[in-house]
Write a protein that binds this ligand. Structure first.
Ligand code: NAP
Length: 269
């Protein structure tokens, strides 16, 4: 019997590439997104079912899981992928921006986990795949709020693994480095505040340099393959890197001040 995966944020980038990849491998794919009516041709694959899910709307999470279970009888893996980047000087942020960033990248992901766990617990198995980022274990300038969300996803997932392990529920954290998607474009919200100009020179230098990493990065297909591996390798391995291992190794091995000096050199050049 084919397995079933439910993916959030499947309209573009990593979510879309992963939905297509799992469908090609013969899985039933519940590709959820905010506006399924705009999904386009790629979603016409016979293994793909489109369902509306906005991670900010708990009822839509519950309905998507209910509808998937009604259609396929069980769900084997859930991939929490929906997210975006709120970047810029922290001083320019508003409470609404911070709340939306954490609601989407952290609390939405937690709600999906809480809704799927009872099902996984009852069937004594299932895999929760949380897309964090290498930015969940190291930091760049002007990304303080985004990093706050991804570091939260890392700690949350690492701890959750303990209590779910007795039920044979696996946790997987995906830590991509720069990947060429809409993340650096329509999914990036740049904060600014009228009259707050003291950061302008810094922002105008650092952000274009960091966006360049996105422009020259590999596409999301490689991430999709690693996520498939995470869902199928049967191991207890928690963290999976894609295009991020060397930088994460540097962060681990160098004293923080050296690492930050290196980042300043690269990003503010
Ligand atoms: N690209 C990178 O370099 C990179 C690196 C590390 C980690 N990541 C992470 O990878 C994940 C996917 O990003 P991506 O690079 O594939 O960028 P992307 O192409 O912009 O995809 C972001 C997805 O999240 C969805 N989304 C945003 N808010 C949502 C909400 N409230 N409910 C449901 N879906 C929502 C978007 O849907 P709409 O189409 O409706 O906007 C879109 O499908 C994110 O969690 C991101 O933080 C990306």
């Amino acid at each position: 019997m084919p397995k079933t995966v439910l993916i959030t944020g499947s309209s573009s980038g990593i979510g879309k590439a992963t939905a297509s990849y799992f469908a090609e491998q013969g899985w039933n794919v519940v590709a959820t997104m905010r506006t399924p009516e705009n999904a386009g041709e790629w979603a016409k694959h016979s293994n793909i079912t489109l369902i509306r899910l906005d991670v900010l709307d708990l009822a839509s999470i519950q309905e998507a899981i209910r509808d998937s279970l009604r259609k396929f009888g069980k769900i084997d893996a859930v991939m929490n992928n929906a997210g975006y980047g709120l970047v810029g000087p922290f001083e320019a942020s508003t409470n609404e921006q911070i709340k939306r960033q954490f609601d989407t990248n952290v609390f939405g992901l937690m709600n999906v986990c809480r809704e799927i766990i009872p099902h996984f617990r009852e069937q004594r198995g299932g895999t929760i795949i949380n897309v964090a980022s290498m930015g969940g274990r190291l930091t760049f300038p002007l990304y303080s709020l985004y990093h706050g969300t991804k570091w939260a996803v890392e700690g949350f997932s690492e701890s959750l693994q303990f209590e779910l392990q007795p039920f044979k529920i696996r946790l997987k954290i995906i830590e991509p480095g720069a990947i060429k998607t809409d993340f650096y474009d329509r999914s990036m919200e740049v904060m600014s505040k009228p009259g707050l100009t003291v950061y302008d020179a810094y922002v105008n230098k650092a952000l274009p340099n960091m966006n360049k990493f996105g422009e020259t990065a590999p596409g999301p297909e490689k991430v999709a393959q690693v996520i498939y591996q995470a869902a199928t390798d049967g191991s207890g391995k928690l963290r999976y890197q894609v295009n991020s291992a060397p930088l994460l190794a540097l962060r681990r091995l160098l004293p923080l001040s050296w690492f930050q000096g290196l980042m300043r050199k690269i990003i503010l050049k």
